[in-house]
Design a protein around this ligand. Sequence first.
Ligand SMILES: O=C(O)CCC(=O)C(=O)O
Length: 418
Amino acid sequence: MLALSALSTSFLVPALRASPPLSSLPAQSAGLSPAPPAVVAEAARRGGGVVRMEETEGPSETLQALGVAGGLTAFCFAFFYALTSAGVDDVVAGNLLLVALAAAGAGLFFFDGGATQAALEASAVQQVANEEGDLMEQAPLLPPASLPAAAVATSTAAAAASLESEGVLFVDGLLEASEAARLRSHVEEWLETAKTEAADDTAPEQRFGGVLSRASRYDLYLPLDPPVASALEACAAQLAPLLEEEALGKRSVGRVVDQCAALVLGEDPELFELSALISDRGAPRQPVHPDTGFTPQTALLTAFVALQEVTPDLGPTFFLAGTHTRAAHERFNGEPGEKLQLLRSSPRRIGTLPAGAATLFDSRLLHGGGENAQGRRVLFYFTFKARESPRLPKGSLLASLRYRHSLRSLLGAPAAAA
Ligand SMILES: O=C(O)CCC(=O)C(=O)O
């Protein structure tokens, strides 16, 4: 998803570390994080250009820890022995040893290329995500509701009303199951190529986005090659009446354009993201986040298209229905107790989907990826951006595709008048 980039993460870890565990706080004052959640999300997903490679085979973490502890102990003895043998007083030698250890700790934290800090950040963000998950379990789960893709054009007003009230719409059959399966194979092949390029440092442009909670998760930018282009076109053509206010939309007979005015993206929205979200077994739950901050109008609409059946164990996307509003954002970013109540009470929708079905959601909606306990889950996704929306950080799109495609250009329709 969006690779937000401007802020430094360095403030985040101390802030998160200072946060007591949720369970130790009284319900009314409990806080998930002293940093605003949007900042947590943004900070954690930043770092476009950082490619997460699969963990390589190697000694287990326990063995590594034992090795480090053993080495450190040996160093302490050797250092102390060397000093005292050289005639240094025991107390002075002990103090010098402490100084050396503190310097080594600081060196590890600040001069190891950021690895220690990144690990601490990841674990702090994960703690927040897990605590949020526990809270959301208390919120009501909405019964499944979806619209067949063909009904988007014929019942645009109803689809728009549903999207407007909840911020998310489930659409069945956006891709044929067979086309979803073909695209999945293509995406998986592309993943292997992109990983090899990343390992060899031969990628001509950035291939991966800085997705939240990166362990076992990839945000893989997709080239507009034939399998991707044909899937994108098929999906966009069916969603066009909802995405665009004029031109393509007005052609659908009997559609009530006015009722969609608050949601649609306006004339000829820009292709802003084209990517695949791949989560493998072991991918942790993401923190709750919106993709953009609150704006009075929808800035982005994203479609997550399932390239396989997404079952609960695969960690489907969760959506907090109705949280794309100013009031919900104020609560989410406000007092800790407000956020807690919001998470406890906002009805949830879970993105369990048949192959080829999709969720279409407003970028202001609070959502996240679930914990994957089972195996690979592949979502094809694309985002359209309203021309009128405020400046946003770059989305998950190959640089070579940026600013080049719009809904109309993809559908072969005449471009918007300048
Ligand atoms: O993995 C998912 O289902 C959602 C991912 C997401 O929301 C994100 O990466 O921002």
